[in-house]
Design a protein around this ligand. Structure first.
Ligand code: ADP
Ligand code: MG
Length: 501
């Protein structure tokens, strides 16, 4: 574990930044936290609202155990204490999009206690750049609705579709010390949520958003007063908020001013934060246990089922890719950074091993290299993602097998891949139809080598005079003359023989 050394240089000396994130993550579930209404994103306004969500008098909330299950699974995925006994509280406040007049949340007894998330700041150098960030708690609560404001004519609308949707609030400890650490923490948390399947992590759709708590202090001294910038909706913006807010605070303090604990808003267009309101304390909300809801009590069978349902998690997968499959730390990190990429890679790997009758470890490096350079390169170029890749893992595996068994060379494989992308045809058929099979026909290769040497007499002189770097030139020219179809090993041998003759 290393402490990062991000420092802000002020006129009067150095400052350290302290960051804690409160992340709201919308729980993946077909129904809301206390009602059966649907939760799909982008529905027509007010089409997913039950009487409970509209806060009609006399309606009673009933906990949706699927949401509870998702929160527990998330807690387990970050090695957290799971509280078998938890309770819901009312947090009272008025908002036009909160018809209940209170939010049902968990202040005193959250469902998940302390946990931890490991971040890596430099994927190429993981051991030296690891850091563990503490998680204070995860509680579940209701989301509010949405207000929309029209300017011409001036009017406001309420959409209650989001009202009552389940959120997990994941509260970190104030353990981060730089914009990079805050960014890495948020990315890692999103990766974990997506693996677990408890939140889709789509920050641009608002299903995950971060409140960014920032303070500054002299290195090693007591924590300073923090500000909280609300609802920041991308990793990049979180990092920008930290950077901006820390330097603003340093300026205030160095000018002899004081930081007031307040809630701020981030304006991405101007890259600045603005004061929104002074920060409320818990007692301002007059929290009290919700009398409509019994405490939640979870039994061992429920917890065990939650545990059994967890997939292989990102850290474990990364370790397996590096240790068992022999991939570089960087490739292992890239392939495991999101669950879909890992799934695609594993399908490729399984198929490549099956066709080549080898172990997954034996085909892992070639598979990873092809996916990360060839396939990613092509997808970038045509503006597609792995999900809508025109080439399937099975087709990729077939192409890799053709190279592995010497049917085609690596150079020809690139051409075949281009044709696969254009036509959607299978690699084996392309190689057959276009006659791209690699040849080890020594007669043909020998003739090509002789021709290349004859045409480049001056270079042959230079080579024999000691300029050995020219070897690659002769090989390249021969391959070119053979239209890339010659077996490279045979070409190498032939060139060597001809030059030393
Ligand atoms: P509240 O309930 O008022 O939001 P919490 O104690 O729950 O306050 O803390 C909220 C968040 O603020 C947590 O993520 C915590 O890590 C972070 N935090 C607390 N103190 C500081 C500080 N001095 N500087 C930066 N972040 C802080
Ligand atoms: Mg808070």
């Amino acid at each position: 574990m290393t402490e990062s050394t991000y420092r802000i240089q002020g006129a009067t000396g150095e400052w350290e930044v302290v960051i804690g994130l409160e992340v709201h993550a919308q729980v993946t579930s077909n129904a809301k936290l206390f009602s059966g209404a649907a939760t799909a994103f982008g529905a027509e306004p007010n089409t997913q609202v039950s009487l409970v969500d509209a806060a009609m008098p006399g309606m009673l909330p009933v906990p949706n155990m699927e949401c509870i299950r998702q929160a527990v699974r998330t807690g387990m995925a970050i090695d957290a204490q799971i509280n078998k006994w938890s309770r819901f509280d009312r947090k009272n406040y008025f908002y036009a999009d909160l018809p209940q007049g209170y939010q049902i949340s968990q202040l005193y007894h959250p469902i998940v206690g302390e946990g931890q998330i490991e971040i890596v700041l430099d994927e190429k150098n993981p051991d030296a750049s690891k850091k563990v960030i503490g998680v204070e708690r995860i509680h579940v609560e209701q989301d509010a609705g949405k207000l929309m404001h029209d300017q011409h004519p001036t009017s406001s609308y309420v959409d209650l579709n989001r009202s009552g949707v389940a959120l997990m609030e994941i509260v970190s400890k104030p353990d981060m010390r730089s914009p990079a650490e805050a960014g890495a923490y948020l990315s890692k948390l999103r990766t974990i949520l997506r693996y677990v399947g408890s939140c889709d992590g789509n920050m641009d759709q608002g299903s995950m958003r971060a409140d960014v708590n920032v303070s500054v202090r002299r290195p090693g001294e007591e924590f300073g007063t923090r500000t909280e910038t609300k609802n920041v909706n991308s990793v990049r913006f979180v990092m920008a908020v930290v950077e901006h807010e820390a330097s603003r605070q340093v300026d205030v303090l160095e000018a002899g001013g004081k930081i007031v604990q307040e809630t701020r808003l981030y304006d991405p267009d101007r890259n600045e934060t603005r004061s929104m309101r002074s920060k409320e304390d818990a007692h301002d909300y007059r929290y009290f246990p919700d009398p409509d809801l019994l405490p939640l009590e979870l039994d061992d069978a429920f917890l065990e089922a939650c545990r059994q349902s967890l997939p292989e998690l990102p850290d474990a997968k990364l370790r397996r890719y590096a240790q068992d499959l022999g991939l570089s730390a960087y490739n292992a990190a890239t392939l495991t950074a999101d669950a879909d990429t890992a799934r695609w890679f594993e399908a490729l790997l399984a198929e490549a091993a099956r066709i080549q009758k080898k172990s997954e470890g034996d085909v892992a490096k070639a598979s990873a290299n092809w996916l990360l350079s060839e396939l990613y390169g092509a997808l970038n170029r045509i503006g597609k993602s792995l999900e809508d890749s025109p080439v399937s893992p099975e087709e990729g595996a077939e192409l890799l097998a053709l190279v592995a068994d010497g049917t085609i060379s690596g150079t020809i494989a690139k051409q075949v891949f281009e044709i696969m992308l254009e036509t959607g045809e299978k690699p084996g058929k392309i190689v057959e139809d276009k006659g791209l099979k690699q040849t080890s026909d020594t007669g043909a290769i020998e003739a090509a080598v002789a021709d290349v040497l004859a045409k480049n007499g001056d270079k042959v002189e230079q080579y024999r005079g000691g300029k050995e770097a020219l070897f690659g030139f002769f090989v390249g020219q021969t391959m070119k003359a053979m239209q890339g179809k010659a077996n490279p090993q045979v070409v190498n041998e032939m060139v060597k023989k001809a030059l030393s003759a």
